[in-house]
Design a protein around this ligand. Structure first.
Ligand SMILES: *Cc1c(COP(=O)(O)O)cnc(C)c1O
Length: 479
């Protein structure tokens, strides 16, 4: 299939043409408060109105086709337009659209999904995952983690273990607990965050945080030891858990050195602290594994998931609860006074089951691990020869590059120039969605992307880097 000529089905094109962009933008600006958006900007420029999507492409109300290098928001792993997922939702809605799981009731899709996830989660060391708690998002799941970790220590007779350690520039969601666990200073600055008993250490980012001449392996161990220093400063008997994304996503696709997670594991084991892997991005094939903890030598007690579990077709999240916590919570726990109306929502669970089946049938996890992932790594590494690119790395189907003023001296641009945003603007205009995190440009493409489509995306990325370079040269900003 020559996917570069793939066009929207006629019915979809008609639907797009029926939208009056200006009218939608005016209504949008008048009534809709967007997440993470400056509404002054939005009112003057008008939101881009997305109307339909197919495979790895999305279309806006002006009929412009864009290659979605971000899988929506890291979630459309199976690609757009998958009829199986729509059918699963329709059938479940007509059978049992909703019932709760409180008060000794359950439903078939929730049970089947819990069992399926338990089967997919690899056993590592003495940790196995036979239990799942469901929510509707990553943020809610991390709220659950905070409550579950503290409940665990209460039941263990150590109620003074309350502190949860996270990392600067981590992303764990946007609820009170989620934003507190996250290490985004902009989020902490609004609304008195973090909440008490959550603290942060520095991230394991070799490019930004390593000493001159320090190898990634040396840096990985040193970065992990920041955790031990923090534990000792707080008092080991007061620490409940450490939480981290195996690879930081929203922070800018920050891939830790290989030595990092094994050293973290040694430290949490030494002090008996729970390890929480936030795999909201990393699970379900994103890094070439059903769960990424397996890849990194982590033995987590709790694993957060959301996004890719339904390929984003419907909201669903949850926590995989390892045997160490489950045994205490279930056998000693009595009632855990926690749950959501939509915990185990039958429609969301039915869509997740259909999504996981589809991913298995098409071998998407294996493809990313052994075929398209390595190919993306090879093609992405070629960008290192570009004058603007200081570092370019991938892990499975996430990738990040840093735009630099001087590659040799490793000097960055003045943040006020917002070079990342200039580059992102070129991407949009040229039909590519690539995200800017400061001057890091990142992608997380749908897992269905073929080698030919990777070539198409790489062509667009190079085009946009060249256009950014031209801009900077013509403005005399290259020093
Ligand atoms: C997106 C994300 C979250 C938050 O998930 P929501 O569904 O937006 O609440 C939490 N953790 C990580 C690692 C994420 O990427």
């Amino acid at each position: 299939m020559n996917t570069s000529t793939l066009i929207a089905p006629p019915a979809l094109v008609r639907r797009a043409e029926q939208q009056d962009t200006k009218a939608i933008q005016a209504l949008d600006s008048a009534h809709y408060i967007h997440p993470f958006t400056d509404h002054g900007d939005l009112a003057t420029r008008g939101a881009r109105v997305m109307t339909h999507a197919d495979n790895i492409y999305v279309w806006d109300s002006e009929g412009k086709k864009v290659l979605d290098g971000m899988s929506g928001l890291w979630c459309v792993n199976a690609g757009y337009g998958r009829k199986e997922l729509a059918d699963a939702a329709y059938q479940q809605m007509m059978t049992l659209p909703f019932y709760n799981s409180f008060f000794q009731t359950t439903n078939v899709p929730a049970v089947q999904l819990a069992a399926k996830l338990a089967a997919l989660a690899p056993k590592v060391g003495d940790r196995s995952f036979n239990h799942v708690f469901f929510s509707s998002s990553g943020s809610e799941s991390n709220d659950t983690n905070v409550r579950m970790a503290r409940r665990y220590w209460d039941l263990m007779g150590q109620p003074q273990r309350k502190v949860i350690i996270s990392r600067h520039n981590a992303y764990h969601g946007s609820t009170m607990a989620g934003a507190s666990l996250g290490g985004m200073s902009g989020m902490h600055a609004q609304g008195d965050l973090p909440i008490p008993n959550i603290t942060h250490i520095e991230q394991p980012h070799h490019w930004e945080n390593a000493r001159a001449g320090e190898t990634p392996a040396e840096f990985g161990v040193r970065a992990a030891r920041w955790l031990e220093e923090k534990i000792l400063a707080i008092g080991p008997d007061k620490v409940a858990a450490f939480i981290g994304e195996p690879v930081q996503g929203a922070g800018g696709v920050i891939i830790p050195p290989e030595t990092y997670w094994p050293e973290i594991q040694r430290i949490v084991d030494k002090y008996g602290i729970l390890l929480i892997a936030d795999e909201v991005i990393c699970a379900f094939g994103r890094l070439g594994h059903w769960f990424a903890y397996e890849k990194f030598g982590m033995k987590p007690d709790l694993v957060t998931f959301a996004k890719g579990v339904t390929s984003g077709y419907i909201p669903l999240g949850g926590v995989m609860v390892g045997n160490r916590v489950a045994e205490v919570l279930i056998e000693k726990g009595g009632e855990f006074n926690h749950g959501y109306t939509y915990s185990g929502h039958p429609v969301a669970c039915a869509v997740a089951l259909a999504n996981l089946e589809l991913m298995e049938r098409e071998g998407l996890v294996d493809r990313v691990k052994n075929d398209t992932g390595p190919y993306l790594a090879q093609r992405f590494a070629e960008l290192k020869d570009h004058p603007l690119v200081g570092e370019a790395e991938t892990c499975g189907f996430v990738a990040g590059l840093v735009l630099v003023k001087d590659k040799v001296k490793r000097t960055m641009f003045d943040p006020d120039l917002a070079v990342g945003m200039i580059c992102r603007g070129h991407c949009f205009r040229n039909g590519l969605i690539m995200r800017a995190v400061g001057d890091r440009m990142i992608i997380a493409p749908p897992l269905v992307m073929t080698r030919a489509q990777i070539d198409e995306m790489m062509g667009l990325i190079r085009l946009c880097l060249d256009a950014t370079l031209d801009d900077l040269r013509s403005q005399g900003l290259l020093g």
